[in-house]
Design a protein around this ligand. Structure first.
Ligand code: ATP
Ligand code: MG
Length: 138
């Protein structure tokens, strides 16, 4: 079983989409092995997205991620990293395939409703960034 870090972003929490997104997660073979609803502060968001710190959208992205509560999740299944990214769809909802979370729920390329780790190395970093070992039950 592989693990990945997922976030239900502020745009989706604000529109009461937590339940709909969790339903898709569970019905697609993932186990939710850790979960919390919280509001990020700017330093926490900047630390989380440090890999993007040179990108032009870094300031907007980190500010946006603090505009309201988020839901942090650790998801487990075989190939969890790739499978969660497939279920989310492309970064830009305009490019996302039918039936994906971003196609169905995202507002635009920034307010795109969900986050997923993009590699095993980043998943390990991101999970440890938000959860201690004792908060994760498999
Ligand atoms: P995430 O990391 O959130 O799962 P991703 O891996 O599909 O998304 P990244 O390239 O890692 O996309 O970008 C991180 C986030 O930054 C995106 O999800 C989106 O919210 C925002 N973002 C990416 N590209 C742009 C852009 N061109 N303009 C505005 N925001 C962007
Ligand atoms: Mg990414």
């Amino acid at each position: 079983m592989e693990k990945t870090l997922a976030i239900i972003k502020p745009d989706a929490v604000e529109r009461n989409l937590i339940g709909k997104i969790l339903e898709r997660i569970e019905s697609n073979g993932f186990r939710i092995v850790a979960m919390k609803r919280t509001q990020l502060t700017l330093p926490v968001a900047e630390g989380f997205y440090y890999v993007h710190k040179e990108r032009p959208f870094f300031k907007d992205l980190t500010t946006y991620m603090c505009t309201g509560p988020v839901v942090l999740l650790v998801l487990a299944r075989d190939s969890a990293i790739a499978e969660w990214r497939k279920l989310m769809g492309a970064t830009n909802p305009k490019d996302a395939e039918a039936g994906t979370i971003r196609k169905d729920f995202a507002i635009d390329i920034e307010k795109n409703s969900a986050h997923g780790s993009d590699s095993a190395e980043n998943a390990a970093f991101e999970i440890a960034y938000f959860f201690s070992q004792t908060e994760i039950q498999e």
